[in-house]
Design a binder for this molecule. Sequence first.
Ligand SMILES: [Zn+2]
Length: 139
Amino acid sequence: MEVTSITNGIIIDHVDAGTALTVLHYLKVDPATTKLALIMNATSHALGAKDIIKLEDVEDLNLDALGFVAPHATVNIVRGGQIVEKAKPELPEHLVGVISCKNPRCVTTSETGLEQRFHLANAERREYRCDYCDEEAKL
Ligand SMILES: [Zn+2]
């Protein structure tokens, strides 16, 4: 097993190459206040290239958001320098408060305070649509 270089936290492996910063954005991880390391475009046997995100002292992760933005990722929970748990995010049935609807006529645009809600419309195509106006979600 490769040296993790973090003691307690989370390593998100097999992130699609070049998308680590997008993933951080949707996970609402603030790079200014979080101890983190990014490895971008690492060689991967499975994917060709991949990104790896290491988050020190982070316990909670929005797995729904991760399933949406990095469906191939592997989540490794690290404690005491050892990987103690692995998880795979799944495509969530509902995404609440993760993405915003881009449709200018959507009710969520005019009514502030409405929760942004999307549902999985097509799992094969990883297609999410707005609960209010049915607009397709875009990263
Ligand atoms: Zn909408």
